[in-house]
Design a protein around this ligand. Structure first.
Ligand SMILES: CC(C)(COP(=O)(O)OP(=O)(O)OC[C@H]1O[C@@H](n2cnc3c(N)ncnc32)[C@H](O)[C@@H]1OP(=O)(O)O)[C@@H](O)C(=O)NCCC(=O)NCCS
Length: 294
């Protein structure tokens, strides 16, 4: 059996960060949560590696585990390491780790909703709450990180890393807690976990963040806003031909033409899309919940 479980050390932080990046790369929420742009990294410094190493050094409840594939070339830059987990053994002497903070390049609002919300859920189960027996408050074995090199997934690496913590918790007589991604859910169920709650984020909010992320990453104009300056190309390659301040809804020289208007129809001054009267006023009043006055 070429898969071997070992304790990981600070020297493995860089490979862990690399595996983490590759394992989460296909996640559709990346572009929403971390749209960038990110500050230029200081040469030779990876902020994620620094953050991971700090956690290991400063939080004595942290345990790092790695899986080594002994069939892989040992000389290749720690590439024998194909999976990583961070478990925290909270014996009650320390407060469980706090929420993450989010720097430039992150959509702070989205990150707070997702990760801040998840942190709130942890506190609900393990904080100083009346329904948690006093002797258990803050005492738990918690899986905080788990990622496996995508080239080596579905070989049982994830399960070995999860079961280490489960066995440890059994020895200590402590409950085990984790927060699952969609990818990990069936693995955790097969390791004996059961669902105790679901954290979800409002879908209109997610749609709004997606629009913002597309604007930053793919240069798609924000809805209703000209984000491409006159004379520059839009995301499809068309040169935007308008003067700053032009009303693209109504002015006849707007690219692609303005909303069509007819001589015999009256238009309300706020009727940007050319619905005409009385339709525009009726629809507006209905939307406002007003009764129409004849
Ligand atoms: C979730 C994750 C850690 C799982 O790692 P993994 O090494 O693929 O996990 P395992 O191989 O132990 O199990 C995964 C699946 O492969 C199956 N499997 C295990 N060994 C296998 C084998 N030899 N042949 C075929 N399938 C196998 C397992 O039964 C399991 O199936 P399931 O998904 O239907 O339950 C990995 O997909 C990952 O890194 N995802 C991105 C990051 C992430 O979401 N992490 C979880 C954070 S909570």
């Amino acid at each position: 059996m070429p898969l071997v479980l070992q304790l990981a050390t600070e020297a493995d932080a860089e490979r862990s960060a690399q595996i983490e990046k590759e394992a989460y790369a296909p996640n559709v929420f990346n572009s929403i949560l971390f749209p960038g742009p990110f500050p230029e990294p200081t040469p030779g410094e990876n902020p994620r590696v620094t953050e991971l190493a700090k956690q290991l050094r400063e939080d004595s409840s942290t345990r790092w585990l790695k899986i080594i594939d002994t069939d892989l070339d040992p000389t290749e830059d720690n590439k024998q390491m194909i999976g990583f987990a961070q478990w925290n053994i909270n014996d009650g002497s320390e407060l469980p780790a706090g929420p993450r903070s989010f720097g430039p390049g992150c959509n702070v609002e989205a990150c707070e909703a997702v990760f801040g919300g998840l942190h709130g859920a942890r506190l609900k189960y393990f904080g100083d709450r009346k329904h948690v027996p006093r002797e258990l408050t803050g005492k738990m074995v918690e899986l905080r990180l788990l990622h496996v090199d995508p080239k080596h997934q579905r070989r049982g690496v994830g399960k070995m890393l999860v079961m280490w913590g489960v066995e440890e918790a059994k020895k200590l007589g402590l409950p085990v807690f984790l927060q699952s991604s969609e990818d990990g859910h069936s693995l955790y169920l097969s390791c004996g976990f059961r669902d105790i709650g679901i954290h979800s984020v409002d879908s209109p909010l997610v749609s709004a963040w997606q629009v913002r992320a597309d604007a930053v990453k793919r240069h798609v104009p924000l809805q209703g806003t000209a984000s491409v300056p006159p004379g520059q190309k839009d995301f499809t390659g068309n040169v935007m031909d308008y003067e700053e301040g032009a009303d693209l809804m109504r002015e006849p020289d707007a690219a692609g033409g303005a909303y069509k208007r007819y001589d015999h129809v009256q238009y309300h001054p706020e009727d940007l899309k050319g619905k005409g009267e009385p339709s525009y006023t009726i629809e507006r009043d209905l939307k406002k919940g007003k009764k129409r006055k004849d």
